[in-house]
Design a protein around this ligand. Structure first.
Ligand SMILES: Nc1ncnc2c1ncn2[C@@H]1O[C@H](COP(=O)(O)OP(=O)(O)OP(=O)(O)O)[C@@H](O)[C@H]1O
Ligand SMILES: Nc1nc2c(c(=O)[nH]1)N=C(CO)CN2
Length: 183
């Protein structure tokens, strides 16, 4: 029997990115679909940032943001839901680090450390990516349950060369329409 959920809700952080199609609409729709899931609640969202592509440079600029979730799902099951939503929203996997309608990465799940073929936690590349760290700093609090993430994040942000290549994406519609703004 597969165990799909743990009994207690716990906190998880995700990163969202999009650089094809209506990027802002797709990010919103991904969050909406996560929040509609019976075992997931979107509790806080970062601001949205427009960022220069990293890794594979010949592609459009991304919109990036992060969100905090509360969920009773185990991390493997949460990742499955995230991968399904990527597929529903038209994600095609071809070029590594290449363009995508939406990318959902699981960054941190209640401090769990995992290294399986399908899931590594914390996300192995999160601490070197300004497009993850800067939006994450919008929403990570200093609560006891998140203290270790908060201190790692603070250290990683100090190590960053700078925040070049990213700027705040302002959208009146998003500010007014978001039910989950972290600001
Ligand atoms: N923490 C994680 N979050 C999301 N996917 C993960 C994680 N750990 C392992 N994976 C695996 O990575 C696979 C590839 O994911 P994806 O295509 O989104 O990578 P990518 O976005 O191109 O690169 P990156 O992982 O560096 O952001 C997924 O199918 C998933 O099984
Ligand atoms: N700016 C930016 N660059 C990227 C991104 C992303 O989300 N934003 N995602 C990638 C693959 O994970 C590769 N490069």
């Amino acid at each position: 029997m597969t165990i799909h959920s743990t009994s207690e809700a716990s906190e998880a952080y995700i990163a969202l990115g999009a650089n094809l199609g209506n990027r802002e609409e797709t990010l919103k729709e991904a969050l909406h679909r996560l929040d509609q899931h019976e075992d997931i609640e979107v509790v806080r969202c970062s601001r949205i940032y427009e960022t220069e592509p990293v890794g594979y440079l010949d592609q459009p600029q991304f919109l990036n943001m992060t969100a905090a979730l509360r969920t009773t799902l185990a991390p493997e099951a949460l990742l499955q839901v995230m991968l399904e939503i990527e597929n529903q929203l038209g994600r095609v996997r071809d070029i590594r680090y290449g363009p995508r309608t939406v990318d959902l990465d699981l960054l941190w799940a209640n401090g769990q450390v995992l290294d399986t073929p399908d899931l590594t936690l914390p996300h192995p590349r999160m601490m070197e990516r300004a497009f993850v760290l800067v939006p994450l700093s919008d929403i990570v609090t200093q609560d006891q349950s998140e203290a270790s993430l908060h201190s790692k994040l603070t250290a990683a942000l100090q190590e960053l060369d700078g925040k070049e290549g990213m700027r705040l994406w302002t959208s009146k519609e998003w500010e007014d329409g978001s039910e989950h703004s972290g600001n």
